[in-house]
Write a protein that binds this ligand. Structure first.
Ligand code: SAM
Length: 229
């Protein structure tokens, strides 16, 4: 059996995942084989609301519990590719949401630590990881803008919500040579930024294009005062 996956899940709606990978990912410049394999294997329809399952392989984000979203498959793949993961990497994800991107990353890296501010989302994702046999994902409910200092340094950090700035705590917790991918901008639209930590005080920042994410809410993100979710 393939790592972290039951045989039934591999075949369940596989043709739709193959179509998704061909048309939405490979057709748009996703070339990383580990990303493509993960997206072929992880059953996205098991990470969305039951009434949205028929749309699970469409080219779009979908609403999940707590007023949040599971990102568009192409954006998940773009971010995973931008992290330039190696099989031995320790990864931190901010914004567990449905658990889908953590599952994708966990197939490409050694270990994934994922933080979510909504306890209900974390509980639902935890159950999915258990059912699907993912054993290299650790979860925490709290403010991900502060990172997870006890588990640092991280080879890669993925933030799946949009913040006003790049949180200093996350840069501090990035290993030398590490990569941080984060949407940065206003609440409507952000730039997907990749930050590479070359040395302690030397960062290379790249703009990977425009994206739209739900807000990153926390100490080093947007304040809670005028935001419902
Ligand atoms: N990775 C998710 C997936 O695969 O479904 C996408 C999640 S959604 C686009 C972004 C998530 O970030 C939301 O679930 C939201 O509650 C969470 N979030 C926002 N601010 C956060 C923070 N400071 N710490 C942890 N999670 C946060």
């Amino acid at each position: 059996m393939t790592k972290n996956c039951h045989e039934d899940d591999l075949n369940d709606r596989l043709a739709e995942r193959e179509w998704m990978v061909q048309t939405q990912l490979m057709g748009r410049g996703i070339t990383d084989e580990a990303v493509i394999n993960s997206m072929l294997i992880v059953p996205r329809h098991k990470y969305v609301l039951e009434e949205k399952q028929e749309y699970a392989y469409y080219d779009s984000a979908l609403e999940i519990e707590s007023g949040q979203t599971i990102s568009q498959p192409y954006i998940v793949a773009l971010m995973a590719q931008a992290l330039e993961l190696m099989a031995s990497d320790n990864v931190l994800e901010i914004g567990t949401g449905s658990g889908y991107s953590a599952a994708i990353l966990s197939r490409m890296a050694a270990y994934v630590y994922t933080i979510e501010r909504h306890g209900i989302l974390s509980d639902i994702a935890k159950e999915r990881f258990m059912i699907q046999g993912y054993e290299n994902i650790e979860m925490y409910v709290g403010d991900g803008t502060l990172g997870w200092p006890e588990k640092a340094p991280f080879d890669a950090i993925l933030v799946t919500a949009g913040g006003p700035v790049i949180p200093e705590s996350l840069i501090d917790q990035l290993a030398i040579g590490g990569r941080l991918v984060i949407p940065v901008g206003d609440k409507g639209e952000q730039k997907l930024m990749r930050v590479k930590k070359v040395k302690t005080c030397q960062l290379i920042k790249e703009d990977l294009g425009s994206v739209r994410f739900v807000p990153l809410i926390g100490t080093e993100g947007w304040g809670e005062s005028n935001i419902k979710n």
